[in-house]
Design a protein around this ligand. Structure first.
Ligand SMILES: [Zn+2]
Length: 214
């Protein structure tokens, strides 16, 4: 499974142009039907949306992969935007899971699981994304987050720095202003397991499947 662009047309053209690398062997992926359709809960109040992800097959190792757009997190029934909001309310604003669950109209147990998972992964997230910010820019200090009180807040700050770096790099390359949410940037970089307990420290998407520059 790997994370790809939000834009189905871009994914299709990447597949047909053999631009997407296999996460296992780095050979090229080609279209291979579709994965199972499922319902994703978007927004507040909840709007249910059917999603059918593309499937691709590697011409080298012949493995098939589900291509999950960067707005979805693996094994989560909610849109990444909503999980991201919960993490912001918890890590940056210090709200508890009950309050966040009421704001986002989601079950308390679900929100508690998101926050717990993020908190557990926070040190690994900070380490991985600090390295990314460093690698991506010689002016890393310009993007550095302010000191934070908790490990989760620090991880979130570093994720936001990573998104700002990517937006700057893509904007410069495309000659325009690009905005990028931290959760899409994180899913692009780490892959669909970003919000999962299982995704750390392994499960890293070594080659980010970023949308093609136009
Ligand atoms: Zn392969």
């Amino acid at each position: 499974m790997l994370t790809v662009s939000h834009d189905p047309a871009a994914v299709e053209s990447q597949l047909l142009g053999r631009e997407l690398p296999c996460p296992r062997c780095q050979d090229r992926l080609r279209p291979w039907g579709f994965g199972t359709a499922r319902v994703i809960r978007c927004g507040t109040p909840i709007r249910s949306r059917w999603v059918t992800p593309r499937r691709a097959r590697c011409r080298g190792c012949r493995a098939t992969h589900i291509l999950l757009p960067a707005e979805f997190a693996c094994r989560r029934a909610d849109h990444a935007e909503v999980i991201g909001q919960a993490v912001e309310l918890g890590a940056a604003q210090g709200l508890g899971y009950r309050k966040i669950a009421a704001i986002l109209e989601r079950p308390e147990s679900t929100v508690r699981d998101w926050l717990r998972t993020f908190k557990t992964n926070a040190p690994a997230i900070t380490e991985a994304f600090t390295a990314r910010v460093h690698r991506a820019t010689a002016e890393a200090l310009e993007f550095w987050p302010a000191p934070a009180k908790t490990a989760a807040a620090h991880a979130l700050g570093m994720l936001m720095a990573h998104a700002r770096v990517l937006a700057r790099l893509h904007g410069t390359a495309a000659g325009t202003v690009v905005t990028m949410t931290w959760h899409s940037a994180a899913l692009f970089a780490h892959g669909p397991w970003f919000f999962s307990e299982a995704g750390w420290p392994e499960g890293v998407q070594h080659v980010p499947a970023l949308p093609r520059q136009r």
